[in-house]
Design a binder for this molecule. Structure first.
Ligand SMILES: NC(=O)c1ccc[n+]([C@@H]2O[C@H](COP(=O)([O-])OP(=O)(O)OC[C@H]3O[C@@H](n4cnc5c(N)ncnc54)[C@H](O)[C@@H]3O)[C@@H](O)[C@H]2O)c1
Length: 330
Protein backbone atom coordinates (compact mmCIF):
# COMPACT_ATOMS: atom_id res chain seq x y z
CA UNK A 1 0.00 0.00 0.00
CA UNK A 2 1.35 3.40 -0.97
CA UNK A 3 1.99 5.69 2.01
CA UNK A 4 2.91 9.32 2.53
CA UNK A 5 6.29 9.17 4.21
CA UNK A 6 8.62 11.86 5.61
CA UNK A 7 12.33 11.08 5.78
CA UNK A 8 14.22 13.49 8.05
CA UNK A 9 17.91 13.54 7.21
CA UNK A 10 16.83 12.47 3.74
CA UNK A 11 19.69 14.16 1.87
CA UNK A 12 22.25 12.32 4.02
CA UNK A 13 24.10 9.14 3.12
CA UNK A 14 21.59 6.63 4.50
CA UNK A 15 18.65 8.98 3.98
CA UNK A 16 19.12 9.29 0.21
CA UNK A 17 19.36 5.50 -0.19
CA UNK A 18 16.22 5.05 1.91
CA UNK A 19 14.37 7.73 -0.07
CA UNK A 20 15.25 5.95 -3.33
CA UNK A 21 13.95 2.63 -1.99
CA UNK A 22 10.73 4.17 -0.68
CA UNK A 23 10.10 5.93 -4.00
CA UNK A 24 10.78 2.77 -6.00
CA UNK A 25 8.39 0.89 -3.68
CA UNK A 26 5.65 3.33 -4.69
CA UNK A 27 5.50 5.63 -1.64
CA UNK A 28 5.07 9.41 -1.75
CA UNK A 29 8.18 10.74 -0.07
CA UNK A 30 8.83 14.09 1.58
CA UNK A 31 12.45 14.80 2.51
CA UNK A 32 13.18 17.11 5.46
CA UNK A 33 16.81 18.19 5.84
CA UNK A 34 18.79 21.40 6.35
CA UNK A 35 21.63 20.12 4.15
CA UNK A 36 24.13 20.88 6.92
CA UNK A 37 25.76 17.52 6.29
CA UNK A 38 23.67 16.12 3.49
CA UNK A 39 23.14 17.56 0.03
CA UNK A 40 20.03 17.77 -2.13
CA UNK A 41 22.31 17.12 -5.10
CA UNK A 42 22.40 13.48 -3.97
CA UNK A 43 18.75 13.29 -5.05
CA UNK A 44 18.99 15.37 -8.22
CA UNK A 45 17.87 12.54 -10.51
CA UNK A 46 14.66 11.94 -8.53
CA UNK A 47 13.77 15.50 -7.51
CA UNK A 48 10.55 15.40 -9.55
CA UNK A 49 9.46 12.25 -7.64
CA UNK A 50 9.84 13.72 -4.15
CA UNK A 51 8.78 16.71 -2.07
CA UNK A 52 11.98 18.35 -0.84
CA UNK A 53 11.61 20.52 2.27
CA UNK A 54 14.62 22.44 3.52
CA UNK A 55 14.39 23.06 7.25
CA UNK A 56 16.08 22.67 10.61
CA UNK A 57 14.90 19.78 12.77
CA UNK A 58 15.27 22.09 15.81
CA UNK A 59 12.55 24.38 14.41
CA UNK A 60 9.32 23.03 15.92
CA UNK A 61 6.99 24.87 13.52
CA UNK A 62 8.88 23.77 10.41
CA UNK A 63 8.93 20.16 11.59
CA UNK A 64 5.21 20.18 12.45
CA UNK A 65 4.35 21.60 9.01
CA UNK A 66 6.35 18.80 7.38
CA UNK A 67 4.30 16.19 9.27
CA UNK A 68 0.90 17.47 8.05
CA UNK A 69 -0.98 14.83 6.06
CA UNK A 70 1.71 12.16 6.44
CA UNK A 71 1.29 8.47 7.35
CA UNK A 72 4.81 7.70 8.54
CA UNK A 73 8.09 9.34 9.56
CA UNK A 74 11.57 7.89 9.32
CA UNK A 75 13.61 10.12 11.65
CA UNK A 76 17.28 10.10 10.64
CA UNK A 77 18.32 13.76 10.99
CA UNK A 78 21.26 13.90 13.40
CA UNK A 79 24.82 15.18 13.58
CA UNK A 80 26.96 12.23 12.52
CA UNK A 81 30.76 11.93 12.24
CA UNK A 82 33.15 11.21 15.10
CA UNK A 83 35.05 14.49 14.79
CA UNK A 84 31.85 16.43 15.51
CA UNK A 85 31.15 14.47 18.71
CA UNK A 86 34.42 15.72 20.15
CA UNK A 87 34.24 19.24 18.72
CA UNK A 88 30.51 20.11 18.88
CA UNK A 89 28.82 18.01 21.58
CA UNK A 90 26.37 20.86 22.28
CA UNK A 91 25.18 20.81 18.67
CA UNK A 92 24.95 17.01 18.64
CA UNK A 93 22.70 17.07 21.72
CA UNK A 94 20.64 20.03 20.53
CA UNK A 95 19.84 18.41 17.18
CA UNK A 96 19.37 14.99 18.79
CA UNK A 97 17.06 15.92 21.64
CA UNK A 98 15.14 18.91 20.26
CA UNK A 99 14.85 17.15 16.92
CA UNK A 100 13.24 14.08 18.46
CA UNK A 101 10.88 16.13 20.65
CA UNK A 102 9.81 18.19 17.60
CA UNK A 103 9.23 15.07 15.49
CA UNK A 104 7.08 13.45 18.16
CA UNK A 105 5.11 16.66 18.79
CA UNK A 106 4.59 17.07 15.03
CA UNK A 107 3.35 13.48 14.75
CA UNK A 108 0.94 14.04 17.64
CA UNK A 109 -0.39 17.29 16.17
CA UNK A 110 -1.04 15.76 12.74
CA UNK A 111 -2.02 12.19 13.75
CA UNK A 112 0.92 10.54 12.00
CA UNK A 113 0.55 6.80 12.66
CA UNK A 114 4.11 5.45 12.33
CA UNK A 115 7.55 6.49 13.56
CA UNK A 116 10.80 4.73 12.70
CA UNK A 117 13.82 6.08 14.55
CA UNK A 118 17.49 5.74 13.58
CA UNK A 119 19.53 5.01 16.70
CA UNK A 120 23.09 3.65 16.72
CA UNK A 121 25.41 0.86 17.82
CA UNK A 122 27.14 3.55 19.90
CA UNK A 123 24.46 3.32 22.59
CA UNK A 124 26.50 0.37 23.97
CA UNK A 125 29.88 2.14 23.84
CA UNK A 126 32.11 -0.77 24.90
CA UNK A 127 29.72 -3.74 25.09
CA UNK A 128 30.95 -6.70 27.13
CA UNK A 129 29.08 -9.11 24.84
CA UNK A 130 30.28 -9.28 21.21
CA UNK A 131 28.53 -10.06 18.87
CA UNK A 132 26.14 -7.76 20.71
CA UNK A 133 22.40 -8.48 20.92
CA UNK A 134 19.80 -5.73 21.31
CA UNK A 135 19.25 -6.34 25.04
CA UNK A 136 22.75 -5.34 26.19
CA UNK A 137 22.63 -2.25 28.45
CA UNK A 138 22.95 1.19 26.85
CA UNK A 139 25.44 3.36 28.75
CA UNK A 140 27.19 6.72 28.98
CA UNK A 141 30.51 5.68 30.56
CA UNK A 142 31.78 9.22 31.24
CA UNK A 143 29.47 12.23 30.88
CA UNK A 144 32.50 14.59 30.93
CA UNK A 145 33.80 13.08 27.67
CA UNK A 146 32.15 14.94 24.75
CA UNK A 147 32.49 11.75 22.65
CA UNK A 148 29.42 10.37 24.39
CA UNK A 149 27.15 13.24 23.30
CA UNK A 150 26.29 11.18 20.22
CA UNK A 151 25.30 7.99 22.06
CA UNK A 152 23.59 9.90 24.89
CA UNK A 153 21.40 11.83 22.43
CA UNK A 154 20.38 8.55 20.81
CA UNK A 155 19.57 6.92 24.16
CA UNK A 156 17.24 9.84 24.96
CA UNK A 157 15.72 9.51 21.48
CA UNK A 158 15.05 5.81 22.00
CA UNK A 159 13.40 6.45 25.37
CA UNK A 160 11.19 9.14 23.83
CA UNK A 161 10.24 6.79 20.99
CA UNK A 162 9.39 3.90 23.30
CA UNK A 163 7.68 5.79 26.11
CA UNK A 164 6.21 8.90 24.52
CA UNK A 165 5.55 8.15 20.85
CA UNK A 166 4.06 4.71 21.62
CA UNK A 167 1.40 6.41 23.76
CA UNK A 168 -0.39 7.76 20.70
CA UNK A 169 1.13 6.16 17.60
CA UNK A 170 0.13 2.86 15.99
CA UNK A 171 3.63 1.72 15.19
CA UNK A 172 7.01 2.77 16.59
CA UNK A 173 10.27 1.02 15.70
CA UNK A 174 13.95 1.66 16.36
CA UNK A 175 16.87 0.46 14.29
CA UNK A 176 20.50 0.53 15.40
CA UNK A 177 22.80 0.71 12.37
CA UNK A 178 26.30 -0.76 12.73
CA UNK A 179 28.95 0.91 10.54
CA UNK A 180 27.08 1.38 7.29
CA UNK A 181 29.36 2.16 4.33
CA UNK A 182 29.24 2.84 0.61
CA UNK A 183 30.07 5.45 -2.02
CA UNK A 184 29.44 9.07 -0.96
CA UNK A 185 29.06 8.19 2.73
CA UNK A 186 30.59 11.46 3.99
CA UNK A 187 34.23 12.32 4.64
CA UNK A 188 34.58 11.96 8.41
CA UNK A 189 34.55 8.16 8.60
CA UNK A 190 37.27 5.56 8.84
CA UNK A 191 36.93 3.93 5.40
CA UNK A 192 36.94 7.16 3.33
CA UNK A 193 39.74 8.56 5.51
CA UNK A 194 41.86 5.43 5.00
CA UNK A 195 41.32 5.58 1.23
CA UNK A 196 42.30 9.25 0.97
CA UNK A 197 45.30 8.93 3.31
CA UNK A 198 46.53 5.79 1.57
CA UNK A 199 46.19 7.42 -1.83
CA UNK A 200 48.25 10.43 -0.65
CA UNK A 201 50.92 8.21 0.97
CA UNK A 202 51.19 6.07 -2.18
CA UNK A 203 51.85 9.22 -4.20
CA UNK A 204 54.46 10.46 -1.71
CA UNK A 205 56.45 7.27 -1.09
CA UNK A 206 57.65 4.18 -2.95
CA UNK A 207 58.55 2.40 0.35
CA UNK A 208 57.69 -1.29 0.48
CA UNK A 209 55.99 -2.00 2.79
CA UNK A 210 54.42 1.44 2.98
CA UNK A 211 54.33 2.84 6.57
CA UNK A 212 50.66 3.61 7.42
CA UNK A 213 50.11 5.57 10.66
CA UNK A 214 46.78 4.92 12.39
CA UNK A 215 45.09 5.37 15.75
CA UNK A 216 45.68 2.28 17.91
CA UNK A 217 47.49 -0.87 16.81
CA UNK A 218 44.69 -1.99 14.49
CA UNK A 219 43.37 -4.78 16.69
CA UNK A 220 40.08 -2.95 17.22
CA UNK A 221 37.30 -4.53 15.21
CA UNK A 222 34.22 -3.35 13.34
CA UNK A 223 31.59 -5.01 11.15
CA UNK A 224 30.97 -2.93 8.02
CA UNK A 225 27.51 -3.18 6.48
CA UNK A 226 27.13 -2.28 2.80
CA UNK A 227 24.44 0.35 2.16
CA UNK A 228 22.32 -1.87 -0.14
CA UNK A 229 22.25 -4.64 2.46
CA UNK A 230 21.47 -2.10 5.14
CA UNK A 231 18.46 -0.74 3.25
CA UNK A 232 17.22 -4.31 2.68
CA UNK A 233 17.49 -4.78 6.45
CA UNK A 234 15.46 -1.75 7.48
CA UNK A 235 12.78 -2.58 4.91
CA UNK A 236 12.47 -6.12 6.35
CA UNK A 237 12.12 -4.57 9.81
CA UNK A 238 9.47 -2.08 8.66
CA UNK A 239 7.46 -4.74 6.83
CA UNK A 240 7.68 -7.62 9.29
CA UNK A 241 8.93 -6.33 12.65
CA UNK A 242 6.63 -5.66 15.59
CA UNK A 243 5.89 -2.23 17.03
CA UNK A 244 7.74 -1.14 20.17
CA UNK A 245 10.81 -3.20 19.18
CA UNK A 246 14.50 -2.42 18.61
CA UNK A 247 16.45 -4.07 15.78
CA UNK A 248 20.11 -4.32 14.90
CA UNK A 249 20.84 -3.78 11.24
CA UNK A 250 24.35 -4.81 10.29
CA UNK A 251 26.52 -7.73 9.32
CA UNK A 252 28.28 -10.41 11.39
CA UNK A 253 31.48 -10.01 9.29
CA UNK A 254 33.78 -8.68 12.05
CA UNK A 255 37.13 -7.38 10.82
CA UNK A 256 40.19 -5.93 12.58
CA UNK A 257 41.07 -2.38 11.53
CA UNK A 258 44.62 -3.48 10.62
CA UNK A 259 43.06 -5.89 8.10
CA UNK A 260 40.91 -3.04 6.77
CA UNK A 261 44.13 -1.04 6.28
CA UNK A 262 45.67 -4.00 4.40
CA UNK A 263 42.58 -4.18 2.19
CA UNK A 264 42.92 -0.47 1.45
CA UNK A 265 46.63 -0.93 0.70
CA UNK A 266 45.93 -3.81 -1.67
CA UNK A 267 43.31 -1.68 -3.49
CA UNK A 268 46.24 0.63 -4.36
CA UNK A 269 48.51 -2.36 -5.11
CA UNK A 270 50.69 -1.83 -2.01
CA UNK A 271 51.61 -3.83 1.07
CA UNK A 272 51.62 -1.79 4.25
CA UNK A 273 53.17 -1.64 7.69
CA UNK A 274 50.95 -0.30 10.51
CA UNK A 275 52.47 2.55 12.54
CA UNK A 276 50.48 2.56 15.79
CA UNK A 277 49.49 5.91 17.35
CA UNK A 278 47.55 6.67 20.56
CA UNK A 279 43.81 5.93 20.45
CA UNK A 280 41.42 8.82 21.21
CA UNK A 281 39.71 8.43 24.59
CA UNK A 282 36.27 6.90 24.22
CA UNK A 283 36.94 4.57 21.28
CA UNK A 284 35.50 1.05 21.27
CA UNK A 285 37.81 -1.98 20.98
CA UNK A 286 35.27 -4.36 19.41
CA UNK A 287 31.98 -3.78 17.64
CA UNK A 288 29.90 -6.40 15.87
CA UNK A 289 26.14 -6.87 16.04
CA UNK A 290 24.21 -10.03 16.76
CA UNK A 291 21.61 -9.81 13.99
CA UNK A 292 19.60 -12.95 14.94
CA UNK A 293 16.47 -10.89 15.58
CA UNK A 294 16.36 -9.41 12.08
CA UNK A 295 17.57 -12.67 10.51
CA UNK A 296 14.54 -14.43 12.00
CA UNK A 297 12.38 -12.03 9.93
CA UNK A 298 14.23 -13.01 6.74
CA UNK A 299 17.17 -10.55 6.51
CA UNK A 300 20.53 -11.82 5.19
CA UNK A 301 23.40 -9.44 4.39
CA UNK A 302 24.91 -10.41 1.04
CA UNK A 303 27.84 -8.06 0.34
CA UNK A 304 31.17 -8.92 1.98
CA UNK A 305 33.60 -6.05 2.68
CA UNK A 306 36.00 -7.29 -0.03
CA UNK A 307 33.18 -6.84 -2.55
CA UNK A 308 31.66 -3.59 -1.29
CA UNK A 309 34.86 -1.74 -0.38
CA UNK A 310 36.17 -1.21 -3.98
CA UNK A 311 32.89 0.55 -4.85
CA UNK A 312 33.49 2.99 -2.00
CA UNK A 313 37.19 3.41 -2.86
CA UNK A 314 36.46 4.06 -6.56
CA UNK A 315 34.04 6.82 -5.55
CA UNK A 316 36.46 8.57 -3.17
CA UNK A 317 39.37 8.38 -5.60
CA UNK A 318 37.17 9.88 -8.33
CA UNK A 319 35.83 12.62 -6.01
CA UNK A 320 39.02 13.36 -4.07
CA UNK A 321 38.99 16.94 -5.38
CA UNK A 322 35.70 17.51 -3.46
CA UNK A 323 37.23 16.52 -0.10
CA UNK A 324 36.41 19.40 2.30
CA UNK A 325 39.46 18.48 4.42
CA UNK A 326 42.04 18.73 1.65
CA UNK A 327 44.87 21.03 2.68
CA UNK A 328 44.85 22.67 -0.77
CA UNK A 329 41.18 23.70 -0.42
CA UNK A 330 40.26 27.00 1.20
N1 LIG B 1 26.21 5.71 8.81
C1 LIG B 1 26.27 4.88 9.85
O1 LIG B 1 27.04 3.91 9.85
C2 LIG B 1 25.38 5.08 11.04
C3 LIG B 1 25.63 4.31 12.18
C4 LIG B 1 24.81 4.47 13.29
C5 LIG B 1 23.76 5.37 13.24
N2 LIG B 1 23.53 6.12 12.13
C6 LIG B 1 22.42 7.06 12.14
O2 LIG B 1 21.70 6.98 10.93
C7 LIG B 1 21.23 8.29 10.54
C8 LIG B 1 21.73 8.65 9.16
O3 LIG B 1 23.17 8.62 9.17
P1 LIG B 1 24.03 9.00 7.89
O4 LIG B 1 25.22 8.14 7.90
O5 LIG B 1 23.16 9.05 6.71
O6 LIG B 1 24.52 10.47 8.31
P2 LIG B 1 24.46 11.84 7.48
O7 LIG B 1 25.24 12.82 8.25
O8 LIG B 1 24.86 11.59 6.06
O9 LIG B 1 22.91 12.19 7.50
C9 LIG B 1 22.31 12.91 8.54
C10 LIG B 1 21.46 13.98 7.91
O10 LIG B 1 20.87 14.78 8.94
C11 LIG B 1 20.88 16.13 8.48
N3 LIG B 1 20.83 17.05 9.61
C12 LIG B 1 21.79 17.29 10.53
N4 LIG B 1 21.42 18.28 11.35
C13 LIG B 1 20.19 18.67 10.94
C14 LIG B 1 19.28 19.66 11.39
N5 LIG B 1 19.58 20.47 12.42
N6 LIG B 1 18.10 19.79 10.74
C15 LIG B 1 17.79 19.00 9.67
N7 LIG B 1 18.62 18.05 9.21
C16 LIG B 1 19.80 17.89 9.83
C17 LIG B 1 22.17 16.28 7.70
O11 LIG B 1 22.17 17.39 6.81
C18 LIG B 1 22.26 14.93 7.00
O12 LIG B 1 21.69 14.98 5.71
C19 LIG B 1 21.70 9.24 11.63
O13 LIG B 1 20.68 9.39 12.58
C20 LIG B 1 22.88 8.51 12.24
O14 LIG B 1 23.09 8.91 13.57
C21 LIG B 1 24.33 6.00 11.03
Amino acid sequence: MSKKVVVTGGTGFIGQALVRRLVSDGHQVRVFDNDSRGSASRLKDILSDIDLVTGDIRNADAVARAMAGQDAVWHLAYVNGTEFFYEKPDLVLDVGVKGMVNVIDGCRKHNVAELIYASTSEVYQTPDVVPTPENVAMIVPDPTNPRYSYGAGKIIGEMLALHTATKFMEKVQIFRPHNVYGPDMGWEHVLPQFVLRMQALCQQSKADPLPFPMQGDGRETRAFNYIDDFIDGVMVMAEKGASGEVFHVGTPEEIAICDVAKLVGSYFGRSIEIVAQPLQKGGTPRRCPDISKLRSLGYTPKVMLAEGFPKLADWYVAHNHENPHRSDRS
